[in-house]
Design a protein around this ligand. Structure first.
Ligand code: PGA
Length: 250
């Protein structure tokens, strides 16, 4: 039995006062919500501020990690730094990083390896664009994103890792994948990992992300291969996010 995981990706939002208010709001809204693992990924400058107000029951994650270890890489944040700040998770390969910052499957795979080496749990985001879906290429795209990580890290790559399936057309659009559409891809992802490492595949938590709200979460999380969610917009509202966490705990 895999423990559900719900992660909030705050993206590039917030100011100090708002971050503190959201963290404190989450702390009270999440009282008694179990058994489900919960994490939030604030912008880097607010990691410690959020941690101070959110309490020990919610884990922290980075939204990205550098391709490099510590050194002369101006503007970058290393996986070791995130680990030192108390992060448990690191998102790699979010579609916004892939689309806006030129991150290829190979770069994402190297970041995945950096996160792992620093003792973080990498959360690999995968997903197809609408034109790729319409062309029937969903499995080819997602399969290649996963294959790049196996090529970089070997067949044990996904032991203690997380994959988030986030169809690009569902992110921030209000148009979530249907539970059936998501389940089909999640089953494909698990089978793809199982082909290399059966026991990692069975334990692997595969999150769905893309327009998850409290109101559609329960049906999504009820699917066999959906083990929780990666939540963007709705994670900026404590009540809404707590509602999603409750759906995952049900
Ligand atoms: P959304 O974003 O929940 O706002 O659709 C999800 C994500 O980008 O992780």
């Amino acid at each position: 039995m895999r423990q559900s995981l719900v992660m909030g990706n705050w993206k590039m939002n917030g100011r100090r006062a708002g971050v503190q208010a959201l963290a404190a709001g989450l702390k009270s809204a999440l009282v008694g919500v179990s058994p489900v693992e919960i994490a939030v990924c604030p912008p880097y400058p607010f990691l410690l501020l959020a941690a101070a107000d959110i309490g020990p029951g919610v884990a922290l994650g980075g939204q990205n990690v550098s391709l490099y270890n510590d050194g002369a890489y101006t503007g970058e944040v290393s996986a070791e730094m995130l680990q030192d700040l108390g992060c448990r998770f690191a998102i790699v390969g979010h579609s916004e990083r892939r689309a806006l910052f030129g991150e290829t499957d190979e770069i994402v795979a190297k970041k995945f390896a950096r996160a792992r080496a620093a003792g973080l749990v990498p959360v690999l985001c995968v997903g197809e664009t609408l034109s790729e879906r319409d062309a029937g290429r969903t499995e080819a795209v997602v399969g290649a994103q996963i294959a790049a990580v196996f090529a970089e890290c070997g067949s044990g790559a996904f032991a203690q890792a997380v994959i988030a399936y986030e169809p690009v057309w569902a992110i921030g659009t209000g148009r979530a994948a249907s539970p059936g559409e998501a389940q089909t891809v999640h089953a494909f992802i698990r089978a793809t990992v199982a082909a290399q490492d059966r026991s990692a595949a069975e334990a692997l938590r595969i999150l769905y992300g893309g327009s998850v709200k409290a109101q559609n979460a329960r049906e999504l999380f009820a699917q066999n291969d959906i083990d929780g969610g990666l939540i963007g917009g709705a994670s900026l509202d404590a009540t809404e996010f707590a509602g999603i966490c409750r759906a995952a705990a049900a």
